[in-house]
Design a protein around this ligand. Structure first.
Ligand SMILES: [Zn+2]
Length: 274
């Protein structure tokens, strides 16, 4: 004999509630992941500044920027402040000619034209680091080229070009890329490469994200240190083009791993400073 059972038993009711809660939690977690925007990139740029300072790639000088999501001909970077001290309020928007949109009396970096002109020529680039990273400079003033020798530096060109500032500004120059014309000459010399050296000055490093530009800047310095040591020992074996291309894909895909520890280390030091 069939008994009349209620359609909604306590057990089914509880299961239904749990399912609804799980769905709501999943939706909340999804909405908690910030979409890619100028605002989310601004916060990441602050961390990038701190990491690059903490890792010794930037000191009181040098800068990092990102391409605007909202207006891809524009870019964002800090005003002329030391990278280790930069906060979100220091980040300013620049137009396609590297004019600050709303400077509020703040002085921009004189070499911001590096960023503006590389973004203009390179639609694939989303972030740029300009540094005076110590070990790369000898390769910009000697006849020994910077080449990929470490498996962490497959993104480097087979022979990193050197921008000769005299070619663009003559012998009486300031050793700076501090005009639109100089920035355009540098961007042209860089072409499709990920990195270029500036003779007696530093480098320009690109990435398809802020995290990748930071990782490339750190490993450009790392590769220069290893190459320098290896050259002291004797004949050096470099990555061939296929090896370089293969490891570049693998390493770029893993960028979040070193980023987490670099950010943690930079924030620990910042907390100590405060
Ligand atoms: Zn510089």
């Amino acid at each position: 004999m069939q008994t009349d059972r209620p359609l909604l038993t306590p057990a089914i009711f509880c299961l239904a509630i749990l399912s609804l809660l799980a769905a709501a939690t999943a939706a909340f977690c999804q909405s908690a992941v910030a979409p890619d925007s100028d605002s989310s990139r601004t916060h990441e740029l602050v961390t990038a500044n701190h990491i690059l300072a903490d890792q010794g790639i930037l000191d009181g000088f040098g800068h990092v920027s990102f391409r605007s999501v909202k207006n891809p001909s524009h870019y964002f970077m800090a005003w002329a402040r030391a990278p280790g001290a930069i906060e979100a309020d220091d980040i300013m928007e620049f137009d396609e000619n590297s004019n600050p949109i709303d400077p509020k009396g703040r002085k921009p970096y004189s070499e911001r034209f590096i960023h503006g002109e590389v973004y203009r020529l390179r639609g694939d680039v989303q972030a740029i680091v300009h540094s005076h990273s110590r070990t790369i400079i000898p390769f910009s003033v000697s006849d020994v080229p910077l080449r990929p020798v470490s498996h962490m530096a497959g993104f480097l060109p087979q022979r990193v070009s050197v921008f000769e500032i005299r070619d663009a500004a003559g012998a009486d120059n300031q050793m700076l890329v501090n005009s639109q014309a100089m920035g355009a000459a540098l961007a042209k010399a860089m072409g499709l490469d990920s990195v270029i050296l500036i003779r007696g000055h530093g480098d320009v490093v690109t990435g398809q994200s802020i995290r990748l530009a930071v990782m490339h800047a750190i490993y450009t310095e790392f590769n220069a240190q290893i190459e320098m040591e290896a050259l002291r020992l004797g004949l050096v074996t470099y990555l061939n083009p296929t090896e370089a291309a293969n490891v570049a894909v693998i390493n770029d895909a893993a960028v979040d791993r070193p980023w987490e520890i670099w950010a943690q280390h930079a924030s620990t030091l910042a907390a100590v400073r405060h």
